[in-house]
Write a protein of this length. Structure first.
Length: 555
């Protein structure tokens, strides 16, 4: 008899006749009603290609649940497209949506007393939001990634959406014609699926397997690949097995598992957003993951995957050489991840990877002795500009030191306007502030700005510093998550145009060349700004959210 830890509360006994009447109206029989109930939560919508195939995949997962002896119940939650929200006020909703996704899945599972959960997610914040809900609920759960988009082709080369954002900068600088930009726009996104490089969605898909919450290999097939549906069927069966054995997320997502998640992000040149999402996931498990922990793990982990935006290849290429398990196997064989962590297969990471081999006729994933870098792609900086720390992705960055005058902007729009008007010059330090979790509110991504700078050919001649955050597609000397943020009186809010700023991403320092007396004088005259939101979800978020260094979780 399969465990039914919660559904009995809505199915059993004479007093539950009204609930059973509802179930019968949906075509359920006695046989269905008295089986374990499994929530199938997806972030399907037509807002973004990332989530477009999730309805199909959810139905495949439901089929797997039925075959294994459970009763599936499909429901959806929201998902914000970072790409479509990029560069305007809509991006303020993105990080907020992570909390809403987690909360809404929790509430649906709580209200309807489902026994277990399969969660399917496609776009950036939907992955961590779904994982956070699973760990918070601590019911048997399996995560399924919706899959990557296929790469576009532009003049013989693979391209992604980031090439289009950079094309905007090239166009503004007169380096790309209207016709060329249109051609690139029409070629970049040929299918459904999440953005194709090692940006936030694909980074978090790697993390989901590394922390043991997704079936081995399930994060690799593209969204349109039929093999993905079979993984969904297997996920439905796996969650019933977890229910039978009462294996729950907090037994899987241990500190060692979280460290495995950091390691794969570092090894693949993954998104800086993991410095928000992994502390938030760890928080749900009662584990404190600090920026110092992330740096420690990144420092010991070589970069072994040559992936965009810092490298040459896309997620489809990882799939072609064996998928995410190949990356994990290289790390395991070199003692860089913990092999004894349990996973949703009921087996350990080491057992899952026993038969995996690194193909020798490819250069997408490299052996450690041929690593692209001895260190991972994530670096934490601290100094008088960021006492709480800030984060940079160093993968593919040619220049890790910079000294220059600050050009300060109190919102992303003003910074973008200056970039488009060619007012940013080599050597400048572009400072974008009041874009933190509270100040934005919502901690907007700056891909439009960073890509425009890169498209103008200034990606390694200009440093950009913000208390906001970056897309996983950002490349160059770009430093985000500066804390404390400007809205709470952080030093970034005290900078003025012309102040000299020094960054050394090798040493891990970020400082303004100001005396303590000058800092004190500026603090005395500083006042917080009105973020412009006095009601609704964004106002609520600004009141509840904590600092970026703790994952920007709400309390």
């Amino acid at each position: 008899m399969i465990n039914r830890p919660r559904s009995v509360e809505v199915t059993d006994g004479p007093e539950r006749a009204p609930q059973r009447a509802f179930f019968r109206s949906m075509g359920l029989t006695d046989a269905d009603i008295y089986k374990p109930w499994v929530g199938i939560a997806s972030t399907w919508n037509q807002a973004t290609p990332c989530n477009l195939t999730l309805d199909r995949q959810a139905k495949a997962a439901a089929e797997g649940v039925r075959k294994a002896g459970g009763t599936p119940r499909e429901f959806v939650t929201i998902a914000v497209s970072d790409g479509i929200a990029m560069g305007h006020q809509g991006m303020k909703a993105s990080l907020v949506s992570r909390e809403v996704i987690a909360d809404s899945i929790e509430l649906m599972m709580h209200a309807h007393r489902y026994d277990a959960l399969v969660g399917l997610a496609g776009c950036d914040k939907s992955l961590p939001g779904t994982l956070m809900a699973m760990i918070r609920l601590n019911l048997p759960s399996v995560f399924v990634y919706g899959g990557t988009i296929l790469p576009g082709k532009f003049r013989g080369k693979d391209v992604t959406i980031v090439d289009v954002y950079e094309g905007v900068g090239s166009h503004a600088a007169g380096k790309m014609s209207d016709a060329d930009l249109k051609e690139l726009e029409c070629a970049a996104c040929p299918s459904a699926g999440s953005c194709g490089g090692q940006f936030t969605a694909n980074t978090m898909a790697c993390v989901a397997e590394a922390i043991g919450m997704a079936l081995p290999g399930s994060g690799s097939p593209p969204a349109v690949e039929t093999a993905r549906d079979q993984f969904c069927v297997q996920a439905g069966g796996a969650v019933i097995s977890l229910l039978e054995h009462n294996l729950r997320p907090r037994e899987i997502v241990t500190r060692e598992a979280i460290e495995n998640g950091v390691a794969i992000a570092a090894a693949t040149g993954g998104s800086t957003n993991i410095a928000l999402h992994l502390p938030a996931i760890a928080h749900e498990a009662g584990i404190k993951l600090t920026l110092d922990d992330i740096e420690r793990i990144s420092n010991r982990t070589p970069t072994i995957a040559d992936l965009k935006p810092g490298g040459r290849y896309v997620a489809l290429d990882v799939y072609r050489v064996g998928g995410i398990p190949v990356i994990l196997k290289v790390l395991l064989d070199n003692g860089l991840i913990h092999g004894d962590c349990l996973t949703v297969t009921g087996k350990t990471m080491r057992e899952n990877l026993k038969d995996v081999k690194l193909p020798g006729d490819q250069d997408v994933v490299l052996p450690v002795d041929k690593a692209l870098s001895r260190h991972g792609g994530l670096k934490i900086l601290k100094g008088n500009l960021a006492p709480e720390g800030c984060v940079i992705k160093t993968t593919g960055v040619k220049k890790l030191k910079h000294r220059g005058p600050a050009k300060c902007f109190d919102c992303e729009e003003d910074a973008m306007k200056a970039v488009q008007e060619l007012k940013i010059k080599p050597g400048d330090v572009v400072v974008v502030r009041y874009e933190g979790p509270k100040g934005g509110p919502g901690m907007r991504e700056m891909l439009a700005v960073t890509a425009a700078i890169a498209g103008q050919g200034l990606g390694y001649d200009v440093c950009l510093i913000t208390d906001g955050r970056f897309s996983g597609g950002t490349r160059g000397l770009c430093i985000g998550h500066v804390g404390p943020e400007a809205q709470v009186g952080g030093p970034i809010g005290l900078l003025r145009d012309g102040d000299m700023v020094r960054v050394d991403a090798e040493l891990g320092t970020i400082d303004a060349e100001l005396s303590e007396e000058e800092w004190t004088a500026r603090r005395a005259s500083w006042k917080p700004r009105n973020n412009g939101y006095d009601r609704g979800a964004l106002a609520k978020y600004a009141k509840l959210v904590g600092p970026a260094c703790h994952g920007a979780v709400t309390h």
